[in-house]
Design a protein around this ligand. Structure first.
Ligand SMILES: CC(C)(COP(=O)(O)OP(=O)(O)OC[C@H]1O[C@@H](n2cnc3c(N)ncnc32)[C@H](O)[C@@H]1OP(=O)(O)O)[C@@H](O)C(=O)NCCC(=O)NCCS
Length: 177
């Protein structure tokens, strides 16, 4: 069995590792924060909802895909500061994989969201072998749009599904393979 504490991705300031059931309280601290969850269609989550999502990430994403959303650890402090990673969707009948990023608000504005997202793009292309990645972003979420642009994504189109409307940004693997 893979060591759950081993880094999946490491950057200058961040370490991304698999989430474990022990991360529930730290994840809930993020998911209960209305500012952090402002642009999520389902808003803040309860403890039980967070637990259900954590179990889903571990059982379904890691179990089925071998990747998913990861604990994001700030290396200088060792703090759990976010959950970032890759998220599968079916959009208009197509499988798409989103680069997802969520950082604790105390750590916003230091380039950490972009640092995580850039490394996740590289991982998605080079390790997972994906040829295309997307971001789904609410129109008002300027910070997220900036991150998407910084990691080389371009606005593609607007989509509408059961969660509402979102702007789809995308990037294709540079070698075009
Ligand atoms: C989106 C998020 C991860 C960005 O994290 P971050 O670490 O603050 O981002 P960065 O510091 O890397 O900033 C990236 C760019 O966005 C800009 N930016 C950051 N916050 C911004 C804001 N509120 N409004 C406008 N621009 C903003 C930065 O200036 C930077 O651009 P620059 O380098 O050209 O100056 C963070 O705001 C977050 O977790 N938000 C809540 C969760 C969320 O909405 N996730 C995305 C769902 S689609």
């Amino acid at each position: 069995m893979a060591d759950s504490q081993a880094a999946v991705i490491e950057t200058e300031r961040l370490l991304l590792r698999r989430l474990t059931p022990d991360d529930l309280d730290a994840l809930f601290a993020l998911y209960r924060d209305p500012e952090v969850r402002r642009y999520f269609p389902d808003g803040t989550l309860t403890y039980e909802e967070t637990k259900a999502e954590l179990e889903w990430i571990i059982d379904v994403y890691y179990g089925k895909y071998g990747w998913g959303l990861w604990a994001t650890i700030h290396k200088p402090t060792g703090a759990f500061i976010g959950r970032c990673g890759l998220l599968p969707w079916t959009i208009d009948g197509q499988t798409e994989v989103e680069v997802a990023y969520l950082i604790a608000k105390e750590y916003w504005g230091q380039g950490l969201g972009s640092e995580a997202a850039q490394a996740i793009v590289r991982y998605g292309f080079e390790q997972v072998g994906l040829s295309r990645l997307i971001c789904l972003i609410e129109e008002e979420n300027q910070a997220s749009q900036h991150v998407a642009a910084k990691i080389g994504m371009a606005f593609e189109r607007e989509i509408e599904d059961k969660y509402g409307r979102a702007m789809m940004y995308s990037i294709t693997r540079p070698d075009g393979a």
